[in-house]
Design a protein around this ligand. Sequence first.
Ligand code: SF4
Length: 368
Amino acid sequence: MIADREREVEFAKLAKDVRACTRCPRMANSVHVIGPASGSIDSPILIIGEAPGRLGADASAIPFHGDKAGENFEALLEQVGLSRHDCFITNAALCNPKDENGNNATPLRTEIQNCSNFLKRQIDLVDPKIVVTLGAQALNALKSIEQHEIELSAAIRKTWTWYGRSLIALYHPGQRAMIHRSFFNQLADYRFLSETFLRTTREKRPLNASPTSQTIAKIAERFANQPDGISYFALHKLFYLAEYEFYRRNNRRMTSAYIVRQKEGPYVFEMHIKKLTKAIKTLKVWNDRSRLMVRAADTSTLFSQTSKNEFDEVLEYVSGKYGRSSDGDLKRIVYLTAPMRQILRKEKGLGQNTFNRAIDFSAIDTRE
Ligand code: SF4
């Protein structure tokens, strides 16, 4: 096993090599989707999709985030008690293939072949216990690394041994693939993945996880319950500050939200605007000059009696202390917190930006 620091440096080099790659002519101007947004290189699960989608990773630079396939994928993970914290997520082709009309296209066999060395380097580096493929393209892409005879239709809910690891082949979570395998059947497949994960890692975690996104939406609803609304920017920062404050008080997370460091500070995956509008029926969204604003209706009956005190105290504290701060002040405030300072120190050490790196609360010194 390579030392942690060496592995980080090696991953940074791999990401740099990918970003410089021009092997597939039609993808020269696409985002090359690899980096801290892919997930932790210590993840026990490595998930491989087909290629970034035009409205998903090609726009967000985050694998499986921002489009319908990403929404389905995140919902499937959440409903079986898994999250992005457990996974390193990548694609067989790391750039978005488009047809002549600019729409998503299937990557060509040559393009997958071109990218296969990058895929191998990722698998070797992350060294996951479980490799998961999403769709036939991703499953076939593995053949360039080590031959197999696995057919997707016959592989469901089975574990195979491939390249010295457990391999689980799943269908793609995009809407088109749902015709071949419904969301509910895929949910059962993800439950099999979750069971295999728990067995393999011997982690104790409930399979029927609490509906995290609902809790996150409730917290967002609480912050957005302002007569004039608040900016979407501020909403993410307040949520982060609540998580941070909760961790400082209780030495554990308030939710399992996946929060990453972006250029403008913390960003909460589960609070993508599309998800919020779906989860909060009363949410109003509008633009005030260049600012996206949100406002929610009364939230007086948000939390059950059992969780009320713990959550409410923190949310009230954060609302009272930071709720009226300007976006600029909030940005400064979050950058002064211990987890963000820690990320900046890491960034300095690696000599490059770490945008989209997951914020690790467990590593902070709560006295900072
Ligand atoms: S898909 Fe892979 S091989 Fe092709 S240009 Fe992008 S990084 Fe290079």
